[in-house]
Design a protein around this ligand. Structure first.
Ligand code: ATP
Length: 369
């Protein structure tokens, strides 16, 4: 397998639109890298530049230390799996997987060995004689994966490969891809819109916005330590709540004014505001839905961080409940235990877990650390 290096990669489309700006990333052998970001942020463009399907306007792409900018796609030793897996309808599963190898004039017995090995890995052994129309969506997707695997490429590129599948199949295939990554020891770059796919598959996640990389980090670090307001809001579902908070610093006492509520900042969170000189300024307070509690035990423990509101929407999702309510005119979501007695129209009291809060500068939108 392979390591990749993207150095100052840029894409300017012929109409002058700059889709990717100064993209820098070193990818180690066997890494599973995820690109996420809103529609149009440049994920697919970057992937297509790595594949050689799109010309690189600036910067350098290296694979195993060799510059690849002007190398033909077929010579880059990369296999790409798309969301519309585009199987040849008139060919059997076997022939679909063998096709690329035949074109490359690989000896027949070798092709046979490679196709059967890929079929075994993907559990397609019994389907090799079928045509695509006689397969389920998930099986077709596995054939598309098989076609990539038989080529034994250095790098796999996957552009939303599961987005055409229903929810249940997506989960199955997600697990399959994870196993595949283990088994092949492959370097994979994977574009997705799906938070769960990003969080569960990636060794590292690249968050993009408007053609710019915002943060590259492990899933856990992205979730716990987002570098700015955008990443904080983009990673996590339901998303982090944001409230304007006016800071008052008196010696070592730091408090926040959120509308009519005064919240005490715990010792662990004070330093950033004191060192940053935020006394008298308004910052953005971020708190994830799972850190807002309605249980009595939390309310008793945290008398200095309680807000009250009327429940606007109650959503039961089986294992958890989302409660939506307003705090000083801003909609807030709490993720609570299904045992909650609160329903639409009820007045609720909520304790904010102040040990888990985030602060963002209102102007730069950067995390205050
Ligand atoms: P999505 O999640 O919707 O697939 P994406 O992050 O993959 O989005 P890209 O497909 O990389 O986004 O597109 C990035 C930007 O480049 C978009 O604003 C898109 O409109 C623009 N773009 C794509 N192809 C061209 C083109 N051929 N000419 C001009 N602009 C283009």
């Amino acid at each position: 397998m392979a390591s990749l290096s993207l150095k100052g990669i840029e894409k300017v489309y012929p109409n002058g639109f700059v889709a990717v700006k100064d993209f820098n990333l070193d990818i180690d052998d066997k890494e599973f890298i995820i690109f996420v970001g809103p529609s149009g942020c440049g994920k697919s463009t970057t992937l297509r530049m790595v594949a050689g399907l799109e010309e690189i306007s600036g910067g350098t792409l290296e694979i195993d230390g060799k510059t690849m900018n002007n190398v033909e796609p077929k010579d880059r030793d990369i296999a790409m799996v798309f969301q519309n897996y585009a199987l040849y309808p008139h060919m059997t599963v076997y022939d679909n997987m063998a096709f690329g190898l035949k074109l490359r004039k690989v000896p027949k017995d070798e092709i046979d060995k490679m196709v059967r090995e890929a079929a075994r890995i993907l559990d397609l052994d019994k389907l090799l004689d079928r045509k695509p129309k006689a397969l389920s969506g998930g099986q077709r997707q596995r054939v598309a994966m098989g076609r990539a695997i038989v080529r034994n490429p250095k790098v796999f590129l996957m552009d939303e490969p599961l987005s055409n599948l229903d929810a249940k199949l997506r989960v199955q295939m997600r697990i399959e891809i994870s196993k595949l990554h283990e088994r092949l020891g492959a370097t994979i770059i994977y574009v997705t819109h799906d938070q769960t796919e990003a969080m569960t598959l990636g060794t590292r996640i690249v968050v993009m916005k408007d053609g710019l990389v915002q943060q590259v980090d492990s899933p856990q670090n992205l979730y716990n330590n987002p570098c700015n307001l955008f990443v904080a809001g983009f990673i996590g579902s339901p998303q982090m709540n944001f409230l304007d908070a006016a800071v008052t610093i008196k010696g070592q006492d730091v408090s926040l004014q959120v509308g009519s509520y005064t919240l005490k900042v715990p010792a662990s969170k004070k330093k950033a505001l004191i060192n940053g000189g935020y006394d008298g300024k308004t910052v953005v307070l971020g708190i994830r839905p799972e850190h807002i509690h309605d249980e009595e035990s939390f309310l008793v423990q945290s008398p200095d961080s309680i807000v009250e509101s009327t429940i606007k929407v109650y959503e039961l999702l089986g294992a958890e409940v989302y409660l939506y309510f307003d705090v000083e005119g801003t909609q807030v979501t709490a993720r609570v235990n299904p045992r909650t007695p609160l329903r639409n129209g009820d007045k609720g009291r909520f304790a904010l877990d102040m040990e888990k809060i985030h602060f963002f500068d209102k102007e730069t939108e950067l995390t205050i650390t």
